[in-house]
Design a protein around this ligand. Structure first.
Ligand SMILES: [Zn+2]
Length: 261
């Protein structure tokens, strides 16, 4: 069976959490090696931590740019307590989902920027990668990183849809690019160019389930599309994605010799 990794799913979301047992069972039947469950709101953190106890499930805690008002002193204290909890070590593998979203304007830009900046600092303090959601905000995002004086950042750009100019700047920082449904559109020239451009060891696959694709198992479609763009056999390419996932979020479990380079 071809091993699958979903780098970005919202199984802690109240819409799907009640069905997580069946969903994870379905994932296992389809060869899912890893699912990284991202939080969007503080109220989901408990569900993320419950899911992290399941085999193959890892978690990210954070506050999404749709809800910057949820990022306050209480949320920060709670996040720090979870990150320092020895029982959760190695299971909370990222800070996410965080970022800037100016799709609907910049009314709360200041709030979003403050929430992102603080969560980026916490990720750095704990040596954790970040899951980034940036929409109509790349210049602001790169500006924050520059203002910190950082020239490298571990993490990934979730549902990457930008062209190679933004891809190059993200990759130069050290970020991975995670691809989703937009890649399946044969006319999506910008995103497909970025998928062809990024180094093989910086690619990830995801579903954002239930929002963009209904279930993590649909990550197999993304994997097939990416393999085709890179002109590689799906099974070998799948091992590369597993390795990428593990080297970003955990100690690699398969050796480099087993995958293409
Ligand atoms: Zn998401």
């Amino acid at each position: 069976m071809i091993p699958l990794c979903d780098a970005h799913a919202h199984l802690a979301d109240a819409r799907v959490f009640p069905q997580h047992q069946a969903l994870l069972e379905e994932c296992r039947r389809h060869g899912m090696e890893r699912v990284l469950v991202n939080a969007a709101q503080v109220s989901e953190w408990g569900n993320v931590m419950a899911l992290m106890q399941r085999e193959g499930v890892l978690g990210a805690l954070g506050v999404h740019p749709f809800w910057p008002e949820q990022w306050d002193d209480t949320a920060e204290r709670e996040l720090l307590a979870h990150l320092q909890d020895p029982a959760l070590r190695g299971r909370i593998v990222a800070i996410g989902e965080i970022g800037l979203d100016f799709w609907n304007g910049r009314d709360n830009a200041r709030r979003q920027i403050e929430a992102l900046a603080r969560q980026l600092q916490i990720a750095r303090e704990f040596h954790l990668p970040v899951c980034l959601h940036n929409r109509k905000s790349w210049e602001d995002f790169f500006g924050i990183v520059r203002d910190f004086g950082w020239n490298e950042l571990r993490g990934y750009c979730h549902n990457f849809i930008a062209g190679t100019d933004i891809a190059r700047r993200a990759l130069d920082l050290g970020l991975h690019l995670s691809f989703n449904k937009p890649l399946l559109n044969p006319d999506a020239r910008k995103v497909r160019a970025s998928a062809a451009y990024a180094p093989l060891d910086r690619l990830l696959t995801e579903t954002d389930s239930p929002d963009i694709l209904p279930s993590p198992i649909h990550v197999s479609d993304i994997l097939a599309a990416l393999a085709q763009i890179r002109n590689l056999p799906v099974d070998a390419f799948a091992s590369q994605i597993v390795l990428n996932f593990q080297s970003l979020f955990e100690a690699p479990l398969i050796s480099r010799e087993e995958v293409l380079h």
